[in-house]
Design a protein around this ligand. Structure first.
Ligand SMILES: [Ca+2]
Ligand SMILES: [Ca+2]
Ligand SMILES: [Ca+2]
Ligand SMILES: [Ca+2]
Length: 329
């Protein structure tokens, strides 16, 4: 009798444990098509493309991870509000195969690659809003070259912004802009996209003004497939402001050759003055930041920041090479 009760207890503990483990392993919420809105947190899995309807908003809390199955997108006719990310708690849009963040999705292969998903499509034509605001987001492994939308596509968007975001590993463009009002790009790290970093097909994006109080602060590098593509391609009928960004070079001719603009038969992209070191991801916006006088322009001497820690008041130094720890997951 005693043994029987004991056995039954073991069984119930086992069942409870199984429930708990399955809860831990599959805590994500799956969206198999249809419209989405409201506020998300935690991990969300897009197993079939979803839409945010016109005049509706989907807001993502800091730390939200959205993973996409192959051949899927998020079609935003209303507003995608991903502005709530923080430097320590990014919002992530990534491949189902990316197991470096969020919950594990069944079917993942642990090796994400460019083009695993289509990208985020912000559709603002006509009465649609197509608004996307992104702050401290990581958007990666999208931009499948079967669609060429890029990781993020502002397609006739009424407005938009990308601030302090990492946009990388697209199979096509990092950011794609077509007939959109804006967007404004500040402090982003746009790297390792196949072609191009920023594709401008029309509209009025702003990548930085010639104004020390409104610098671009973007780092745009390694999006040219070794020189055969462009970091920024201007296919618009307008000149584009892209002042005070870092292009991974201090040679203006080298930089210009990797920007499709006036020499290549297009409208100009204004990129001088430019930064001589990586100041993306909020590094240039620290309070009490002191910029060395030779930091801006053509100096071949990399400048070093001296920043005052906002919590302790202690001084410490940033160097671009020592910054990888702040981006780790
Ligand atoms: Ca519209
Ligand atoms: Ca509308
Ligand atoms: Ca050029
Ligand atoms: Ca030029």
């Amino acid at each position: 009798m005693k043994g029987k009760i004991f056995g039954r207890n073991i069984l119930s503990i086992g069942i409870a444990l199984a429930f708990l483990l399955s809860g831990l392993a599959y805590a994500y919420e799956e969206h198999n098509g249809g419209n989405v809105s409201g506020t998300w947190s935690g991990t969300h899995y897009i197993s079939a493309s979803v839409a945010v309807a016109d005049d509706e908003t989907l807001a993502l809390e800091a730390g939200t991870v959205v993973k996409f199955a192959p051949y899927t997108t998020m079609n935003v006719y209303g507003t995608l509000d991903a502005s709530g990310g923080t430097s320590t708690n990014n919002i992530v849009f990534t491949s189902r195969d990316d197991d470096s963040c969020g919950d594990i999705i069944p079917g993942f292969d642990g090796s994400p690659s460019p083009g695993d998903w289509y990208g985020i499509l912000l559709q603002g034509w006509d009465a649609n809003d197509g608004v996307g605001n992104f702050n401290w987001c990581r958007i990666r492994y999208g931009g499948s070259n079967s669609q060429y939308w890029g990781n993020v596509y502002f397609y006739g968007s009424d407005s938009g912004s990308l601030t302090n975001c990492t946009i990388e590993e697209s199979q096509s463009y990092g950011v794609n802009i077509y007939g959109a009002s804006g967007p404004t790009l500040r402090g982003n790290l746009i790297q390792n996209n196949t072609s191009y970093g920023v594709c401008i097909q029309g509209g009025t994006p702003n990548l930085g003004n010639n104004d020390l109080n409104d610098k671009g602060m973007n780092t745009i590098r390694d999006n040219d497939s070794g020189g055969s593509q462009y970091q920024v391609c201007n296919g618009s009928y307008s000149a584009i402001n892209a002042y005070y960004n870092f292009w991974n070079s201090t040679d203006p001719a080298w930089i210009d050759a990797r920007i499709r603009d006036n020499e290549e038969g297009a409208e100009e992209v204004f990129f001088i003055p430019f930064l001589t070191q990586d100041e993306s991801l909020g590094m240039g916006n620290e309070p009490d930041l002191t910029l060395a006088s030779d930091d801006i322009g053509f100096s071949k001497n990399p400048a070093t920041f001296v920043c005052s820690d906002r919590h302790t008041g202690a001084d410490y130094r940033y160097h671009p090479k020592s910054r990888t720890d702040s981006r780790d997951w």
